[in-house]
Design a protein around this ligand. Structure first.
Ligand SMILES: Nc1ncnc2c1ncn2[C@@H]1O[C@H](COP(=O)(O)OP(=O)(O)OP(=O)(O)O)[C@@H](O)[C@H]1O
Ligand SMILES: [Mg+2]
Length: 224
């Protein structure tokens, strides 16, 4: 089953007279359970592509289907529910609520699911444990170190047990031990049949012990 389908996707940004093409004619199909690594120099469009798959940014033209849904066309209230159930994203810049505790941040994607309080607690605990951040559960996110923020962001992305996990430079601020731990988490997600997209420059992903597909991006295009 094709879980992500992208056809003729373009994204440009207008800045006065200038038009900048961040994504050009992207075609990409991802099978359920597949792991795709997006490579490409800074500015090649990786974050823009992941944001559109997550429904956080809109295509300028083209079609993007996630689990068969045209995600850009979902009304806002359906979109946040759809995203909550199906997509977990680890943001390049974490996007944590800095004033709130790690636990509160991790619980955010669980809100649209309408779970009982004790189930929310249970899932938060499990996700924080998995990401090795439980010991900071009560600390406000703004006071965490870079690597701790990254692990809090990983816990938040996984808390709702999403089918699709989007990872934007997920190891950029992790020490090698925590980066390897993250690879193990990816292995577990892969074994569970989750679909994983990773934008990264980090050669550590060559150590993944399951098959991945590498997609090279250049100037907003997929070149191979
Ligand atoms: N909102 C925006 N307005 C104008 N230009 C934008 C906007 N968002 C992204 N861009 C431009 O689109 C290009 C692609 O950005 P993107 O963040 O997708 O790159 P990236 O491959 O993720 O880079 P990095 O490896 O540095 O994270 C960049 O040149 C960026 O400046
Ligand atoms: Mg980026």
């Amino acid at each position: 089953m094709k879980i992500i389908q992208i056809y003729g996707l373009n994204r440009h940004f207008d800045n006065g007279e200038e038009r900048f093409h961040a994504l050009r004619d992207i075609d990409l199909e991802v099978e359920k359970g597949e792991c795709v690594i997006l490579h490409g120099v800074s500015g090649s469009g990786k974050t823009t592509l992941l944001s559109i798959v997550a429904g956080l940014d809109q295509p300028s033209s083209g079609e993007v289907l996630v689990e068969g849904e045209a995600i850009a066309k979902l009304p806002d209230r359906h979109l946040s529910r759809f995203r909550g159930r199906h997509i977990g994203m680890i943001f390049q810049h974490y996007n944590l609520l800095e004033e709130f505790s790690v636990r509160d941040n991790v619980s955010v994607p669980l809100i649209p699911l309408g779970l009982k309080m004790d189930e929310v607690e249970r899932r938060c605990d499990a996700a924080m444990q998995l990401a090795n951040i439980s010991h900071k559960a009560r600390q406000s996110a703004g006071r965490l170190s870079g690597g701790e923020k990254q692990r809090a962001a990983i816990a938040r992305a996984l808390a709702a047990d999403p089918e699709i996990v989007l990872c934007d430079e997920p190891t950029a601020n992790l020490d090698r031990a925590n980066a390897r731990r993250f690879l193990e988490i990816l292995g577990q997600l892969h074994d569970l049949g989750k679909t994983i997209l990773i934008a990264t420059h980090d050669p550590i992903f060559e150590e993944l012990d399951f098959p991945v597909r590498v997609v090279e991006m250049e100037d907003g295009r997929i070149v191979r």
